[in-house]
Design a protein around this ligand. Sequence first.
Ligand code: ADP
Length: 191
Amino acid sequence: MKLIFLGPPGAGKGTQAQRIEQAFDIRQLSTGDMLRAAVAAETQVGKQAKDIMARGDLVPDAVVVGIISDRIDEADCANGFILDGFPRNVAQAEALDEMLVTKNIVLDGVIELAVDAEVLIGRILKRAAESEGGPREDDTEEALQHRLRVYEEQTAPVAEFYASKGILNTLDGMQDMDEVTRQIQAVLKEI
Ligand code: ADP
C-alpha cells in the first residue's frame, strides 16, 4: 500500500504513520526525520538544510524529491510506504506524480488530518518540553508560527491537488488518537 499522510505540524501524522507502518508492514518515510538525520551527520544535504529548517522554511524541492526517490527504491519499501511530510507544496506533488509514473508505482490514497490551528501551538510546545532528546531547533514559538503559515500557504493546496484526483480522505485529527487510528484503518480497508 502506497500512502501519503497530510496535516499541519502537530496534527499527529507521525504517531499515526508509525501505527499504520506496524499494522500494514509498510515503511514510514518522514522527510523531516531524514533531513534531521542529515543535519546531525553534517552531510552536504544537512549543511544545506540546517538553517532553513531552524526557521521553519522549506528546503529546496530538488533536495527532498531526490531523497524520496532514492528511498522508495530500497528493498524495504517494496511492500509499500507512507510519505509523511512530503509532498509539502504543489511542485513536489507534481514531481512525485512523475516519479511514480517512471517507477511504475500507483498511489493508493491520501489521508489528511484536519486540526484547529489554535490547538497546534499548544500541542507542539508541550511535545517539545517533554521530548527526550531536548526540543527541536524549530520548536520555538516563532519558528512554529512560521511553519504553520508555510503549511497554510504551500501545503494546504496539496490537499486540493489530491482531492481533484479523487484520492483525498480527510479525517478529524482533533479526536482521541486511538479513534483517529481506527478511522484511518477503516479508510484503508476500502482502498
Ligand atoms: P513538522 O510537520 O512538525 O513541521 P517535519 O519533521 O515534517 O515537521 O519537518 C521539519 C522541517 O523539515 C520543515 O519545517 C522543513 O524545513 C523540512 N522539511 C521536511 N519535509 C520537507 C519537504 N517535503 N520539503 C521541504 N522541506 C521539508
